[in-house]
Design a protein. Structure first.
Length: 284
């Protein structure tokens, strides 16, 4: 049984009004426990709407969302419990920080779960340490943190709820290269240690190529593709038609292949590309 299942899901904003706009159209897919899923698509493709449906922030106009085999809307009064199991970090989550201290912000979700003070404290400190926030930062106002630190504090607040599924919407947007690399490494480590399901929405093909097991491609509110990372990026021409690109290193390999070099065009990371070029040159 899959962990998450979307069954013929559609969503219309302003349903029943003159301002109706269909954001999702008959989308179906299944995600297994422990997978790292990348979600890509051009602006307006339905990515953000889709992930808000997965944790019950939005209710499908048509179709169903299942978590562990159960329709998440079977008991609407308990939908908040779904959000504890499917935690979401929105784009620019630092704008959602509001408490007096970093500690209180990280503890907010855990408190709402009804955890006692001891368990909450343990989770706050563990989550903060995991994302690289020093203990002395817990007592300061979140508004005194740097942009990257605020981002990590917001992510720590979701991690503290220990969700079965962690959804991140453009978590590295606006960060400098170093901050971006640090945060991605922490997300990768979190997935390896926790062994839960992570869903990452990103415009960066390079980031997705590095870390995703499978990729869900959205286009104009429909599922364009859902397959392994290698198979999705092997469809470079198809992706280009819907406004997406393969990772730059993959494109370089494709161009080298056209020029007669015996290289693997399925390369997805710079490290793989470097090794592939070395192997090619050693054979010359």
């Amino acid at each position: 049984m899959s962990l998450i299942k979307a069954e013929n899901v559609s969503f219309v904003y302003g349903y029943g009004t003159s301002f109706e706009k269909k954001a999702l159209d008959d989308v179906s897919f299944e995600i297994e426990s422990g997978e790292f899923i990348g979600v890509i698509g051009h602006t307006g493709s339905g990515k953000s709407t889709l992930i808000q449906l997965l944790n019950g922030l939005l209710k499908p106009t048509d179709g169903k969302i299942y978590l562990e085999g159960k329709n998440i809307w079977d008991e609407p009064k308990k939908i908040r419990n779904i959000r504890f199991k499917v935690g979401m970090v929105f784009q620019y989550p630092e704008y959602q920080l509001f408490e007096e201290t970093v500690y209180k912000d990280i503890a907010f979700g855990a408190h709402n779960m009804g955890l006692d003070d001891n368990e909450t404290d343990k989770r706050v400190r563990s989550s903060a340490e995991f994302v690289g926030l020093k203990e002395e930062m817990l007592s300061v106002s979140p508004f005194e943190l740097s942009g990257g630190e605020k981002r990590r504090a917001a992510i720590a607040g979701v991690i503290a709820m220990d969700p079965d599924v962690l959804i991140l919407d453009e978590p590295t947007a606006g960060l400098d290269p170093l901050g971006k690399e640090v945060l991605l490494s922490q997300i990768i480590d979190y997935h390896k240690i926790r062994k839960n399901t992570v869903i990452l929405v990103s415009h960066s093909m390079e980031d997705i190529a590095r870390i995703a097991d499978r990729i869900l491609v959205m286009s104009q509110g429909k599922k364009f593709a859902f397959d392994t990372t290698e198979k999705v990026f092997s469809r470079g021409n198809d992706l280009q038609k819907i406004g997406l690109q393969v990772p730059q290193i993959t494109r370089i390999m494709q161009l080298l292949k056209k020029r007669g070099f015996n290289v693997d065009t399925g390369v997805l990371t710079v490290e793989q590309g470097f090794n592939e070029i070395l192997n090619c040159l050693s054979g010359v």
